[in-house]
Design a protein around this ligand. Structure first.
Ligand code: PLP
Length: 420
């Protein structure tokens, strides 16, 4: 009988040789290979689909890597944010957020950085961001803290970091709960610690285009047994299984069958075994992929700046203080006087098969969903987010080393656009 692993290796190789590239510069280059496929098939061959050993193994490995005590895997980064906020607002927690409490959130973020705040009956209060780092602006952050502020959702944008030293100092001073939406910044350190490990909760996404992928998937990390228990309880229906005080709960409720004992509210945000098997392989290669992304970025910037048509048409964001970013995509802001070109420049890049996106949500206070939820904001109160909205864009930073030719062609395409 043929070795099934060898069969997969050969089949994958031959399919990849025949595969058509997704345009000149797609948002994501192939981010996995036969190693993930073999690990996934291996799990399927055990006959186990739903959450079990692989998930527990991935959680333990992830917690160790990040430097947090506990990790709880979920089915997306959005679920990670939802679960962390649901625990933060859960009455079983010693200190919990109450309806109407204000939660600070940067004006450049992702929709599901904000919606779980709204879904918990809390009030999002937007804070402006710096167009230099894309992250939260400390001056505006200090201005927005009031006696009603009870938590801060720090969102680390596109592989850079929020200014965590100051954020944590302010949180301590004002007794704020800190959630780190690290969905775009896995493997990035600030002041020597991994992002996501510094607040009360750190949330991660393993969507296809992120630093590692499990297709869909996410993780929440925390440091207390109380939060760990609540995360596991709310992740799966609010039932008592997996809780450290399960026996006591069962004894206190003898009238209910312990197999279906619901002690809290809950969701079903569980991942599957195959996602965890995939994630275990991806985590092993995260450091290499991050090094390659950063090297590609350095080489693209160098090629643009050395190009005969370079005339400072765009600016590149800088590292937050104490941070070694791993840029999630190649981000740039057109120079202020070229802002009117943003739409046509991005259309031109798309025509040249350079797949591109806005800088995440742009200025989120412009998003119509806020109005629907009765949240009123004036986008002009956020000049940093407006600058990013009007001048920013990103395209893919691949996890494979780019050839010199490809970089030269990319720089040519970008600078052949007629800004004048
Ligand atoms: C900052 C941020 N938070 C949350 C999410 C949600 O993650 P997911 O797509 O895995 O639900 C994303 C997704 O891109 C994100 O960029």
């Amino acid at each position: 009988m043929a070795d099934w692993k060898q069969v997969i290796r050969e089949e994958w190789k031959s399919r990849m040789e025949r595969a058509k590239p997704g345009g000149f510069f797609p948002l994501v280059a192939q981010g996995f290979d036969e190693r993930e496929i073999i690990a996934t098939v291996d799990v399927l061959l055990t006959g186990r689909l739903t959450m079990a050993d692989q998930v527990r193994k991935f959680e333990a490995k992830f917690a160790k890597y990040i430097g947090s005590k506990y990790a709880v895997m979920v089915n997306s980064g959005s679920s990670a944010n939802l679960l962390a906020l649901a625990v933060a607002a859960n009455p079983m927690r010693k200190k919990f957020l109450k309806p109407g409490d204000e939660v600070l959130v940067p004006a450049v973020c992702w929709s599901t950085s904000v919606w779980p705040i709204v879904q918990m009956g809390l009030k999002p209060v937007f804070v402006d961001v710096s167009p230099d780092t894309l992250n939260i602006d400390l001056k505006d952050l200090r201005r927005k803290i009031t006696s009603r502020t009870k938590a801060l959702m720090a969102v680390h944008i596109l592989g850079n970091s929020a200014p965590m030293k100051e954020v944590l100092a302010l949180a301590r001073k004002h007794k704020l709960l800190v959630l780190e939406d690290t969905c775009e910044s896995l493997g990035v350190k600030a002041d020597g610690r991994y992002l996501g490990s510094m607040g009360d909760f750190g949330c991660y996404s393993f969507y296809y285009s992120h630093h590692i992928t499990t297709g869909e998937g996410g993780m929440v990390v925390c440091n207390t047994q109380e939060d760990y228990d609540l995360l596991k309880c709310l992740r799966a229906h609010g039932w008592s299984r997996e809780l450290s005080n399960r026996e006591a709960l069962e004894k206190a409720n003898p009238q209910v069958d312990p197999r279906f004992l619901f002690v809290n509210l809950g969701y079903n945000l569980r991942p599957m075994e195959v996602q965890a098997a995939f994630g275990l392989c991806q985590l092993d290669r995260l450091a290499t992929m991050n090094r390659t992304r950063n090297a590609n970025r350095r080489r693209i910037i160098a090629a643009l700046k050395a190009h005969p048509k370079w005339a400072d048409q765009m600016e590149f964001p800088v590292a937050g203080e104490g941070t070694s970013p791993v840029w999630f995509g190649f981000v740039a802001l057109l120079k202020a006087e070229l802002a009117s070109h943003q739409k046509s420049f991005l259309k031109y890049l798309s025509l040249c098969e350079v797949e591109n996106r806005p800088v995440v949500s742009g200025n989120f206070t412009r998003q119509p969903g806020l109005k629907l939820m009765g949240i009123k904001c004036n986008p002009h109160d956020y000049p940093g987010a407006e600058a990013i909205n009007q001048r920013g864009f990103f395209f893919g930073l691949h996890t494979e080393e780019l050839t010199d030719d490809r970089i030269a062609r990319l720089a040519d395409l970008m600078l052949n656009y007629k800004f004048k």
